[in-house]
Structure formats: structure tokens, C-alpha cells
Design a binder for this molecule. Structure first.
Ligand code: PMP
Length: 431
């Protein structure tokens, strides 16, 4: 495969941006390869600057539920841009989008639009703290909630007390206000609430963990979180930046039938433009400025071009009754391809899938916790990744990311992917 231009551009980029990229995982460090510089994308296909075409399962890391360059969305963006790209003043589009989110997402009584998932989470946490008058928050190891200081934290050796920043530049004092529990482990949550419950402002969780690879909540886990947070007056926040509008029109909260107090949305809600949102109970959202004392603002918040893209996308979702069944069916096809390949070549691997989100882990499984995820054989992943890319299948260059299916993945694209999976597994050590 010719990657001459990508290689040249990446070498130029290295002197211009840290690691040559504007977001770390794009640099392909985990797989030790050169990232592809992208020229354009359409439907389920993405094209690099050397003219290679790939079937895309990154989907811009989640937004592209209908595939790339969807005509209705592109039209909406162009139409909005022609009327002006930003006003810093209210527009009717914001009303329409907020109403649409309130109609679709069970917990949403009020909404605030922001520019990124990071900002949505940071703001939701601040609102929860303002509402409860408490400082502590609980998150789960292996869940990602953007790069704000208080959320770049993982459990230290003494689970409850020694939480450590996962990034340089995060003051220990900030990390100290974040307690870390184990995803899918009720006991770890109970322990924390027993000791700190009355001081915990919020518990935040990815209802389906999708930033340590895809890990589904065990039956009853989300219900348990709902119950224990209600008991202690803690605000339950579902971070639905990935799962929102992806698992169902109302996200994971609709899919699993558990309604949190607040939710954060991103990716799909902006139709591929930089937009995100936080939403939730009216009494909590009313603490946000200028209604209440919790400050949060944004020059480009509710940007008309991004709002137009979001509106067009959500409208398409609402009108398409068969969408989630089709995504489920496509998901099943790929899941079967993975299980068949694992069986045929006796590879110690397993597949986790929820609807159109999935991950293959190179460990026997089942993978239900962060500890399980950590058992994955990363050398095996690297080989699998390289083989898939060689066969023009574009997946995330990391064991710890999801594979995103879109409605644009055709039967033919799926068939090619099934063959690539079989070939990739046939080349793995021990096959
Ligand atoms: N929350 C979750 C669950 C995410 O997956 C992400 C990003 N992948 C974020 C928050 C942060 O969103 P952004 O990258 O838009 O800041």
C-alpha cells in the first residue's frame, strides 16, 4: 500500500503540532505505524491523500451514525453557513434542537449546548456540585469523560484515598476530589458511598463503557447505580457522549430503561460538527447561569452551523423507524465474523458488542471489568490491526477503543470486512 504522501505530511506535522496531531490517538503510536492523512469521506468509505480507500469503522470516533457527508446534513450546514457562521446571540435553531433533545432523551428537562464532550462533562459536574453543595465526585477506572482536570484521574493503590492524576499538569488536590470505583463492581461503589456518601455531589458513568474497548454494564448494574445515588442524594450523570442517539433515540438510558438525573451528549448530537450538550432535571439545570449561581458560558455555544448539522441528524434519526434494527443486524454480522474467526483459528480472544458498538479483545474473556481489559495481548492487537489496514479496513489504532458501525455500511462492505477479519485472524500467532 502506498503511503508516501501521508508519511511526508506526518513528518512535516511533527514539527508543527505535538506528536504531529491535534488529538493523541490519531498519531498511531500504539500500533507503531504512520497515520493516514485523510482527504475526504463518503458513506462508509474514507480516502487518504495517497488515494487509498478504506471501509471506515472509526466514524470520526462516533458521530457518523449515517456515514460520511450525508446529503441532508451537508445541505443544512451549507444553508446555515450562508446566513452567517456565528452571532453570539440566541437563534430559533437552538430552541428546536433543545426541544428535540428534550423529546428524545428521557432525563432531559432542560438543555445547555456547548462545544465538546469535555466541556459538557466539566459543566455537568460543576452543576451537580453547585446543586448539591458537595465537592466529591465518583468515576470508574477505564471510563473516559474528556480531559478536564478532575476527570483525568484513576484509582491509586489505596482505592478510596489515593487517587492519582493520569496526566502531568493535574494538581494532586484536584485528583483528591475524584474517587474512583471499578466498573461493573457494585462492592467498590458501596464501599465509597459508605465512607463518603453524604459528601458525594455526583457519580458519573459511561452507561456502556466504550473507552476501554466496549464493556457492557452487567445486568442490574445501572439500576444499582440509580438506587445508591438516589439514597445518598448524589446526582447520577450518564456520560452519553458515545451512547447518546447511538443505542436508541434516547441513548443508553432508553436502551436499558434507567433514567439518570443528568446526561452529557456529544458526537452524534452535533452531526459531525463541534457541538455537545448537557441536560437533565429542571431543578439541577436551573442552577446554571444566568438562572442560577453555577457559571458556564461559551462564545460559540449553540453555533448556528453546528446546530443545523445536529438538527438535521436528529431529525433523520427520528424519522427512521428501522434505523436501530438495521444497526443491530449489521452488528450481528460482524460479531459472528469475529466469533467464527476466534473459533476457527483458536485465538484467545473475545468479542463484546452492544448494538453498533463493539470491540474484539485479545484475551479469553469474558471481559467485564477494567482488570479484564488489561489482560489483552497488545502485540496480538497490533498484528490484527496491521492486517485489517492492509485489507483496507480502517479501525481505531488501539485495543481500548470501539468499532463504530454506521447505517451506510452496505452488505458488500460488511462482506469485505468479514473476509478481512478471517484473514487477519488466520495470520495471528498460534492460528
Ligand atoms: N465522554 C466520553 C464518553 C467520550 O467518549 C468522550 C470522547 N471520546 C468525551 C467525553 C470527550 O469528548 P470530546 O472529545 O468531544 O471532548
Amino acid at each position: 500500500m502506498n503511503t508516501e504522501k501521508s508519511t511526508e505530511m506526518f513528518s512535516v506535522a511533527g514539527n508543527l503540532m505535538p506528536g504531529g496531531v491535534n488529538s493523541p490517538v490519531r498519531a498511531y503510536r500504539a500500533v507503531g505505524m504512520t497515520p493516514r492523512f485523510i482527504d475526504r469521506a463518503k458513506g462508509c468509505e474514507i480516502y487518504d491523500v495517497d488515494g487509498n480507500a478504506y471501509i471506515d469503522y472509526v466514524g470520526s470516533w462516533g458521530p457518523m451514525i449515517f456515514g460520511h457527508a450525508v446529503p441532508e446534513v451537508v445541505e443544512a450546514i451549507c444553508g446555515a453557513a450562508r446566513r452567517g457562521t456565528s452571532f453570539g446571540a440566541p437563534t430559533e435553531g437552538e430552541n428546536l434542537l433543545a426541544q428535540m433533545i428534550i423529546d428524545m432523551v428521557p432525563c432531559a428537562e432542560m438543555v445547555r449546548l456547548v462545544n465538546s464532550g469535555t466541556e459538557a462533562v466539566m459543566s455537568a459536574v460543576r452543576a451537580a456540585r453547585g446543586f448539591t453543595g458537595r465537592d466529591l465526585i465518583v468515576k470508574f477506572e477505564g471510563c473516559y469523560h474528556g480531559h478536564s482536570d478532575g476527570l483525568l484521574v484513576k484509582a491509586g493503590s489505596g482505592l478510596l484515598t489515593e487517587n492519582v492524576p493520569t496526566s502531568a499538569g493535574v494538581p494532586k488536590a484536584f485528583a483528591a476530589a475524584t474517587l474512583t470505583a471499578d466498573y461493573n463492581d457494585r462492592e467498590s461503589v458501596e464501599k465509597i458511598f459508605k465512607e463518603y456518601g453524604p459528601n458525594i455531589a455526583a457519580l458519573i458513568v459511561e452507561p456502556v463503557a466504550a473507552n476501554m474497548g466496549v464493556v457492557a454494564p452487567k445486568p442490574g448494574f445501572l439500576q444499582f447505580l440509580r438506587k445508591i445515588t438516589a439514597e445518598y442524594g448524589t446526582v447520577l450523570i450518564f456520560d452519553e457522549v458515545i451512547t447518546g442517539f447511538r443505542l436508541a433515540p434516547g441513548g443508553a438510558q432508553e436502551y436499558y430503561g434507567v433514567t439518570p438525573d443528568m446526561a452529557t451528549l456529544g458526537k452524534i448530537v452535533g452531526g459531525g460538527m463541534p457541538m455537545a450538550a448537557y441536560c437533565g432535571r429542571g431543578d439541577i439545570m436551573s442552577t446554571v447561569s444566568p438562572s442560577g449561581p453555577v457559571y458556564q458560558a461559551g462564545t460559540l455555544s449553540g453555533n448556528p452551523v453546528a446546530v443545523a448539522a445536529g438538527l438535521a441528524t436528529l431529525k433523520k434519526i427520528r424519522e427512521d423507524v428501522g434505523l436501530y434494527d438495521r444497526l443491530e443486524e449489521k452488528g450481528r454480522v460482524l460479531e459472528k465474523a469475529f466469533t467464527d474467526a476466534i473459533d476457527r483459528y483458536k485465538i484467545p480472544a473475545c468479542i463484546n458488542r452492544v448494538g453498533s458498538l463493539m470491540s474484539v479483545f485479545f484475551t479469553e474473556g469474558p471481559v467485564e471489568t477494567y482488570g479484564d481489559v488489561e489482560k489483552s495481548d497488545l502485540t496480538m492487537f497490533k498484528k490484527y490491526f496491521a492486517s485489517m489496514l492492509e485489507d483496507d479496513i480502517y479501525i481505531a489504532p488501539s485495543q481500548f477503543e470501539a468499532m463504530f458501525l454506521s447505517d451506510a455500511h452496505s452488505q458488500e462492505a460488511l462482506n469485505r470486512t468479514v473476509r478481512a477479519i478471517d484473514r487477519a485472524f488466520s495470520t495471528l500467532p498460534g492460528a
